[in-house]
Design a protein around this ligand. Sequence first.
Ligand SMILES: Cc1cc2nc3c(=O)[nH]c(=O)nc-3n(C[C@H](O)[C@H](O)[C@H](O)COP(=O)(O)O)c2cc1C
Length: 336
Amino acid sequence: MELATNYMGLELRNPLVASASPLSHTVDGVRRLADAGVGAIVLHSLFEEQLREQAGLNDRLIDAGTESFAESLSYFPSAVEEEPGPRQHLSLLERAAAAVDVPVIGSVNGVTPGGWTDYARAMQDAGASAIELNIYYLPGDPSTPGRDVEQRYVEVLQRVKDAVTVPVAVKLGPYFSSTGEIALRLDDAGADALVLFNRFLQPTIDPETLAVVPSVALSSPVDALLPQRWIALLRGRVRAALAATSGVEDSADVARYLLAGADVVMTASALLRHGPEHATVLLDGLSAWMAHKGFESVDELRGMLSVPPGTDAAAYERAGYVSGLRTANVRAYRAW
Ligand SMILES: Cc1cc2nc3c(=O)[nH]c(=O)nc-3n(C[C@H](O)[C@H](O)[C@H](O)COP(=O)(O)O)c2cc1C
């Protein structure tokens, strides 16, 4: 069974990627993921805010004129070393990349095209095989024009592309007026992969304490439906590789994403729920399904159920929606 996969130029042993999560907070966690068989690992993100905090501290500690963040890291006094932040993140990345024989992808979570993009270069120098930009931007100001939001994504990507030579993936959410168009714009701007879709972890309201509280919910397979559709629509319409993220619980979910056209399939919630070793279950299940269906390689089945080129995608989606709704109505009527 041939599972080998090319993901934005990286040769992976299979298409299953551990996406950014607390499982990659330690070298041991990264090693467990690799031992369980994943094709690549995305390290948990460093947040732009962490970088700003440390950069502020940096400004106070070192002479003005040290422009490269990577270089400035060497000036930190040892007291800062144990603090979580860029230095620790880079150190983890360096040790993780050396500890496993699968690509380790560095991730940054940012929203502004500011100087923090230098950090991407530092991640490359620390051994990242690629960079994943988790552009987590919720335009809270209701007067923000949609075009400005999109431009921000493009600029962040361009800055990072200018700073590194390794491939750059953009992880984005689905909340655009025209998700397809922003995907095309990012593709034009040089994104090596599009990671669809980020799940936004909005806070919730606790009616008991009358407070706004953080909420971190793990996903369920229903969360895969939207990214699955967009991957099926974008397959063959962008040059960038397509990575699926959201809602993978079992090997059938992995198969669905590959059939839709994903180059790689990422998983976080299922590994958090069942442990990193669940990756082996997913991969064994994928191989068993492929054998059962007579597929010899993932390349053979990838994109088999994508939206065919030349199709009027809007009409195709509308038709799927209408027939889906009709089926649901019939089922509901019968049940009633
Ligand atoms: C607890 C938790 C922490 C996460 N941390 C990150 C992160 O640091 N960076 C990131 O890009 N995504 C992060 N994610 C998002 C996941 O990588 C993934 O894209 C998302 O959970 C959807 O995939 P899943 O359904 O397999 O969980 C996190 C998700 C969870 C549940």
